[in-house]
Write a protein that binds this ligand. Structure first.
Ligand code: UDP
Ligand code: MG
Length: 160
């Protein structure tokens, strides 16, 4: 199998994926990471992290006028989360499909929320909704130097 330039850099996106405090408390960290690994995306950043209210509010700033905003901030700051940066072609939209609908009762079986959760307010995982938000969220949650530049030996077996 040929090594080298496999996909144009312009096609490669990053998504910010976060296992929420309920996912950590329920012992679902390995299960959730495993789904993105098995799909074939590349893990570029990973940490367990207790976030501040300020950071949670900044992350969800588009929702600040929603009635559920205060309880959402309490939920996200209620315990450690797992912060991840995943990379790949089409990773943003694909991750949203792997995660499933916001309301876990409406999420399809086979998706993370469809298989592992029952309530919108305890839906175990976050995924960026656009490539621009992927960039914004990764730079919000990770500091300079926390992402790892590496190449997976699997890449030539995932992308022709
Ligand atoms: N949320 C909630 N009640 C609602 C809608 C959303 O508690 O009626 C929470 C839920 O945790 C959701 C998060 O707010 O994941 C962000 O909402 P969004 O609409 O962006 O859903 P997502 O992109 O996470 O599917
Ligand atoms: Mg969202």
């Amino acid at each position: 199998v040929q090594r080298g330039r496999i996909v144009a850099a312009a096609e490669v996106e990053q998504s910010y994926i976060m296992i929420k405090p309920d996912g950590v408390q329920r012992g679902l960290v390995g299960e959730i990471i495993s789904r993105f690994e098995k799909k074939g995306f590349l893990l570029k950043g990973l940490k367990l992290f207790q976030c501040s209210k300020d950071l949670a509010q900044e992350h969800y700033k588009d929702l600040k006028d929603k009635p559920f905003f205060p309880t959402l901030i309490d939920y996200i700051t209620s315990g450690p989360v797992v912060c991840m940066a995943w990379e790949g072609v089409g990773v943003v939209a694909s991750a949203r499909k792997l995660i499933g609908a916001t309301n876990p009762l409406q999420a399809e079986p086979g998706t993370i929320r469809g298989d592992l959760a029952v309530q919108t307010g305890r839906n175990v995982v976050h995924g960026s909704d656009s490539p621009d938000n992927g960039k914004r969220e990764i730079s919000l949650w990770f500091k300079e130097g926390e992402l790892c530049e590496w190449e997976s030996v699997q890449t030539p077996w995932l992308i022709e």
